[in-house]
Design a binder for this molecule. Structure first.
Ligand SMILES: [Zn+2]
Length: 478
């Protein structure tokens, strides 16, 4: 459902045809995800933990050496940037840390310079990232990487939690597959091909919860995936509506930060273990929570460093930025990529679950990115809407009261007001009735901690009010 015209067409269809379209779409994805290499990489993933530490290290070093060589010789960005740096020994005897880190902004400025010149556009698959500042990156994966990635997900994430692709599931996602103003069920669509119930994360409330839980039972979903915040909201709304707990086999969350309270709500209502997982559209690193509640890296996906602001490595227990080097993508190599996510190395690295992979803690993504509707619903994960236009440098939602917010837009080259209108429309599709005013601004204010937040709720940050008030008047013009 990538492009806008397809989504527009989809919205016009009756539910039955929408569901047929989903199955058709899934069939197309299947050819890519479960194509050549899928089975052999599943075997490889199963063997990974049975191997020796040396055999794992050898594999990682060999991949790293290959990725660095490919970047240095085939991608114009690195060819220029690494001039004079002795990259040839990396992966053999040299440390990776002699190379500079790269940030999202460098990629955004010139995505094409990161591409392997030997690859044809037809051999590539595009992923779009969501950015905290409301801007996005296009990341190109070689198509043959998809079966590898999904084989690792199947074995090291899903099977690890006792489920798999062939077990019926429900997913709570950020795609606006149901109109924001839909006033009655279904708040979901069912993809028969994958026996996957796709829940709207934008309609969850006490009033709608019985419908959601009813459909879980109807379609016999046995596990659930999606955003932790949305699944927790579903659990809380369901308990609040007085529904009896609905046991599942597991809940695997990803995509936003799982706070302790969310986990409690999920585990209490769905009567199962909730597992956190970590990954990103950039495809540079995955991590998964084990049965002991600890977060293990999946080293086959990438090499992780945790760095301080000055670029030096953090000590164990010290929180810093995750910098990752992807080991699977040789079409758009990302070497020492600053992910914008934060974590620390666990002081205790051995885990009684038996998994020898490194353990991280304090994983933090974007905790706070939701706005509140007039009827008290919390709507999060709006970054997909906010990232849609490359003509917008960055954007931010500033909520001053329930049901009303400002959309601040900092224009980029080639910007027109209609770009902001498109973003606004996309957001409203997800929320439904909501008063959202656009303000073009020369710069988006940072929070006191220096971060650019996607959403600012002013009642929680009274000190920020004077900073924003001048923008609300709307006198500045691009
Ligand atoms: Zn473990």
């Amino acid at each position: 459902m990538g492009s806008d015209w397809k989504m527009g067409l989809y919205r016009l269809l009756p539910v039955r045809l929408q569901e047929a379209a989903l199955a058709f779409y899934a069939r197309g994805l299947e050819r890519l995800y479960y194509g050549p290499g899928y089975e052999s990489w599943k075997d490889r993933a199963r063997e990974w933990r049975r191997g020796t530490p040396d055999s794992r290290q050898d594999w990682i070093r060999e991949r790293l050496s290959y990725i660095v060589r490919t970047a240095a010789l085939k991608a114009p960005f690195y060819r220029k940037k690494w001039k004079g740096i002795g990259w040839k020994e990396i992966g053999r005897s040299g440390p990776l840390s002699i190379l500079p880190t790269i940030c999202k902004q460098e990629i955004r400025m010139n995505e094409a310079a990161f591409l392997n010149e030997d690859r044809s556009p037809k051999s590539l698959w595009m992923e779009k990232t969501s950015g905290t500042t409301g801007t996005s990156l296009k990341i190109f994966w070689p198509k043959e990487m998809l079966p590898k990635w999904w084989a690792l997900v199947e074995v090291l994430v899903r099977n690890e939690a006792g489920v798999g692709q062939d077990v019926p599931r429900a997913m709570v996602g950020g795609r606006p597959i149901i109109r924001g103003d839909a006033g009655k069920p279904p708040y979901w669509r069912y993809n028969r091909r994958w026996r996957q119930l796709y829940f709207s994360s934008y309609h969850i409330s006490r009033e709608t919860a019985p419908h959601y839980i009813g459909s879980l039972k109807k379609y016999r979903s046995r596990w659930m995936t999606g955003y932790g915040s949305a699944i927790a909201a579903l659990a809380e709304s369901s308990s609040g509506a007085g529904l009896a707990p609905c046991p599942l086999e597991t809940v695997i969350v990803s995509g936003d930060t799982l706070l302790a309270g969310m986990r409690r709500s999920i585990e209490a209502f769905f009567r199962c273990k909730c597992r956190d997982s970590y990954g990103q559209a950039e495809g540079v690193l995955m991590a998964m929570e084990c049965g002991m509640g600890r977060m293990h890296l999946l080293s086959m996906t990438g090499i992780a460093e945790i760095l301080r602001e000055d670029g030096s490595p953090c000590g164990s227990g010290e929180v810093g930025e995750i910098v990752a080097t992807g080991l699977l993508n040789d079409a758009m190599p990302l070497v020492r990529y600053r992910t914008g996510d934060y974590a620390s190395w666990a002081v205790q690295q051995t885990c009684s679950c038996g998994n020898p992979e490194p353990v991280i803690e304090n994983l933090e993504g974007r905790v706070d990115d939701y706005i509140i509707t007039e009827d008290g619903r919390k709507i999060g994960r709006l970054s997909t809407a906010m990232k849609r236009s490359p003509r917008i440098h960055s954007s931010q939602l500033v909520q001053d009261r329930p049901g009303h917010a400002y959309l601040l837009v900092r224009p980029s080259d080639g910007y027109r007001h209609s770009h902001a209108l498109d973003v606004r429309e996309d957001i409203l599709q997800r929320i439904g009735r909501f008063d959202l005013e656009i303000r073009e601004v020369p710069e988006i204010p940072k929070t006191p901690s220096g971060k650019l937040a996607l959403v600012v709720r002013l009642d929680e940050r009274p000190g920020m009010k004077p900073v924003y008030e001048k923008f609300f008047k709307g006198t500045w013009k691009p």
